[in-house]
Design a protein around this ligand. Structure first.
Ligand SMILES: Cc1cc2nc3c(=O)[nH]c(=O)nc-3n(C[C@H](O)[C@H](O)[C@H](O)COP(=O)(O)OP(=O)(O)OC[C@H]3O[C@@H](n4cnc5c(N)ncnc54)[C@H](O)[C@@H]3O)c2cc1C
Length: 268
């Protein structure tokens, strides 16, 4: 009897998971590799980053997904290289995994449009650890704001800048607004919602550039009604950890002091 074809899938995201499911129950011997042991449901990542959902609500164990499969096996490993001639995948642990067919579904990376300071000073929103870091950071800002007696400093701690007016930036700004509505004046009795600001910075002249303009206008209007502001500027490369300078559109606006920066930007 012929040996089963060995299929190695790198990445248990939407692409890799769909591929492994399609091969489940076939004659192929499938090895699914991912650096994490869970599949991440990215569309709800912004809710974890705003403490509205728990991490376990959007992370599904990959082993459980295939525990009844006769031919798909999951292995947690970070792939460090592929030898296409020898048909071998190399992992961080120094293992070599042979294959007959290779599926690379390792996703993309954050795109900062060449703005290195932005990458350095903001917190991304693409992975579960980033979402949890963001959530903890926002909660720390609220704690700092509650403890200071200085009104200017309090406003600084309560100013959140979201960079990128695409779907993730808009969703995050909306959910952050919801969180602030829920906790300011209640869990943080000395803080007023009116002291907090969410500034959504977008380089294009409208939000949700990939969608119909009507949707962009609707998102902007909805955010404005709830107290968030969107500013259409390019994010300048000249900025420091606690100060944000927005370039382009309105040059007369002075440098502003911002509590924290958050990034919701495209993937590349
Ligand atoms: C915050 C956010 C919200 C989104 N919302 C939506 C939405 O509402 N609707 C929509 O259609 N799309 C949405 N997207 C886009 C969607 O998540 C991507 O298009 C989709 O995840 C791409 O699937 P993928 O399988 O190519 O990559 P991914 O889902 O990114 O999966 C890649 C996998 O590869 C693994 N991996 C990477 N490198 C290695 C390595 N070296 N070794 C081992 N494993 C590795 C990663 O751990 C990951 O599990 C959103 C994205 C983000 C970040």
């Amino acid at each position: 009897m012929a040996e089963p074809k060995r299929v190695v899938i790198v990445g248990g995201g939407f692409g890799g998971l769909a591929c492994a499911r399609a091969l489940d129950g076939t004659d192929a011997a499938v090895t699914l590799l991912d650096r994490h042991n869970y599949h991440l449901f990215t569309p709800l990542l912004y809710q974890v980053a705003t403490a509205l959902l728990d991490p376990s609500d959007i992370a599904f164990p990959l082993r459980r997904a295939f525990r009844k499969s006769p031919n798909v096996r999951f292995r947690q490993a970070t792939v460090t290289g592929v030898d296409l001639d020898a048909r071998i995948v190399r992992t961080h642990a120094g293992d070599e995994i042979g294959y007959d067919a290779l599926v690379l579904a390792s996703g993309g990376t954050n795109n900062y449009f060449g703005n290195a300071p932005l990458a350095e000073h903001s917190i991304g929103l693409k992975t579960l650890p980033e979402a949890m870091r963001l959530r903890n950071h926002v909660l720390s800002c609220l704690e700092e704001a509650e403890q200071t007696r200085d009104a200017d400093e309090r406003r600084t701690w309560l100013t959140f800048v979201v960079v990128g007016g695409g779907p993730t930036g808009v969703e995050y700004a909306g959910a952050l607004d919801e969180l602030l509505d829920l906790v300011l004046g209640r869990d943080y009795p000395s803080l007023k919602r009116s002291d907090a600001r969410i500034v959504l910075v977008e380089g294009l002249d409208r939000l949700l550039g990939a969608f119909h303009p009507k949707l962009g206008r609707y998102a902007e209007e909805t955010l404005r009604r709830s107290g968030s502001r969107s500013e259409h500027r390019r994010w300048s490369k000249r900025r420091t950890a606690r100060r944000s300078r927005c370039g382009a559109a309105r040059r007369s606006t002075p440098e502003r002091s911002c509590g924290r920066q958050v990034c919701g930007r495209p993937t590349r």
